[in-house]
Design a protein around this ligand. Sequence first.
Ligand code: NAP
Length: 277
Amino acid sequence: MPLITLPSGETVPALGQGTWTMGDAAKRRKEEVTALRLGMDLGMTLIDTAEMYASGGAEEVVGEAVAGRRDEAFIVSKVMPGNASRRGTVAACEKSLKRLKTDRIDLYLLHWPGSSPIAETVDAFTTLKRAGKIRHWGVSNFDVGEMEEVVEIPDGKDVATNQVMYNLRRRGIEFDLIPWCERRRIPIMAYSPLDQGKLLRSRELEGVAARHKIMPAQVALAWLLLQEGVMVIPKAGSEAHVRENHGALAVRLDARDLAELDRAFPPPAKKKPLAST
Ligand SMILES: NC(=O)c1ccc[n+]([C@@H]2O[C@H](COP(=O)([O-])OP(=O)(O)OC[C@H]3O[C@@H](n4cnc5c(N)ncnc54)[C@H](OP(=O)(O)O)[C@@H]3O)[C@@H](O)[C@H]2O)c1
């Protein structure tokens, strides 16, 4: 498993697992827990969730998946902007900890910029960190200007990641956000790496996949895994998809593949608004 180094020096797996829509339907719960546990067996121990997903239901699924093996997992969760005041953040974190059935969240993110001053949220993150309730904090859906604001706050230099939408079809951040983060050694966490499955219907992706006798999802993930300082968190609700996604680690895209993908999904030539779901 390739590793990504957080600004603290701690390393995490470059390929993790997402959980959006998990916990939505009771009949899928067992399969979701099994999928996450298989992913952990395969080394995809970074698990991304949020208080928002299934109104806390996804955190409960994660809690069940990590039961009895909490120390193997690196749990990422998120506070919604509406809860991100100084007191609200602490209260939201306590609730997440209960649903996750754990005593700490490894990385706690602000889900997207909201109306609470970011300095207040960061202050709450620092309080939670001192209390051992979270180990690291970061942000999500922050563009360059918002990141500038974060690092200007006294404790802002501790920001561990920015989780943003990034996949072959959404490459806008390569223009400015990725270089900005690279200069500060802040890793990016790429969400919707399969463009929520929509990317998999691309003819060009299918062409590269056919040449390697692999699946389009593996091409999409292998391409992201080639990007420096990027963690990738596909969501897979079945064991078959988890195994397939894990298989991306063994894929070696060559110069011809990369040129074809660049032609089909060109890198940005100018600033683009941050993509989001
Ligand atoms: N910070 C944010 O604002 C934000 C926003 C969106 C997402 N996220 C995080 O990022 C994670 C990933 O993003 P996402 O869930 O939006 O989309 P995604 O990972 O790009 O795509 C998930 C979809 O792809 C399917 N899939 C997974 N593996 C597959 C495979 N090997 N072959 C074919 N289909 C496959 C899944 O189906 P099955 O479920 O049937 O496997 C699901 O429908 C989320 O779960 C969440 O944790 C964060």
